[in-house]
Write a protein that binds this ligand. Structure first.
Ligand code: ADP
Ligand code: ADP
Length: 208
């Protein structure tokens, strides 16, 4: 397993945002975490990244994890290339050439300020920046928010290719269940801080 979360409980004051959540992602797996607003998805991302300390439970991470955050969080006045470099894990590993090879759509944009790009282009940069650290697992928070189906389709195609060629694992956190179940083979449904369903994506796609 790259990530193993066991019986995780996270509270904000008296409010329980995650209540005994157990989930895992194995090497090379494509896993979806779906759930409505307020289910606890962002809280789980923050706990995985060490931003939010759990009240109880365990999080084991083995391997390198990179986050594609909700809202992309690029530096708008820096170029695409500079934004990519900020994803480098080691300061001396700042060669971005491999990212343009993986995401050729970014090549003509490399010197443009990130703030001048379309939402879809910015999401592609956020993906490229996360890939700079050569992660074993990408945690992707609400990738499809506000994007046209065509660009979402090309993002999904890139993720499939990285999975097939490099064994990249993905934890796709989405309100858009249809998209999540299209890419992923296994899924968890989170509601009010609890996992209320889990299983093969094909089985969950058939239920309402
Ligand atoms: P999601 O990402 O699925 O929309 P969140 O993890 O943001 O869900 O929120 C889960 C629950 O925790 C919600 O009830 C939300 O109101 C509450 N919550 C989130 N952040 C805070 C916070 N900083 N302080 C208090 N309550 C919070
Ligand atoms: P440098 O400054 O030497 O280029 P960093 O300071 O960015 O590298 O690296 C910080 C730490 O991160 C290093 O001590 C190293 O142990 C760890 N690290 C860097 N690259 C990797 C990697 N590819 N895999 C695992 N750990 C790494």
């Amino acid at each position: 397993m790259i990530v193993e979360v066991r019986d995780l409980t996270v509270r904000y004051g008296a409010a329980t945002a995650l209540d005994g959540v157990t989930l895992s992602v194995a090497a090379g797996e494509l896993v979806a975490l779906i759930g409505p607003n307020g289910a606890g998805k962002s809280t789980l991302v923050n706990a995985l990244c060490g931003i939010r300390r759990p009240a109880s439970g365990r999080i084991d991470v083995r391997g390198r994890l990179a986050l594609v955050p909700e809202g992309r969080h690029l530096f708008p006045s820096l170029s695409v290339d500079d934004n990519l470099r900020l994803g480098a894990w080691r300061r001396r590993e700042r060669d971005t050439a491999h990212i343009y090879a993986l995401l050729p759509e970014l090549t003509p944009l490399r010197d443009r300020p990130a703030g001048r790009l379309s939402g879809g282009e910015q999401q592609m940069v956020a993906l490229g920046r996360a890939l700079m650290s050569r992660p074993d697992l990408l945690v992707i928070d609400e990738m499809s928010l506000g994007l046209a189906p065509k660009i979402v389709g090309s993002l999904v195609a890139h993720l499939r290719q990285r999975n097939a060629e490099d064994g990249l694992a993905v934890l796709l956190i989405e309100q858009n269940a249809r998209l999540a179940l299209e890419l992923c083979t296994r899924a968890y449904v989170l509601e009010a801080g609890r996992v209320v369903a889990e299983g093969p994506a094909a089985a969950l796609a058939g239920s309402p």
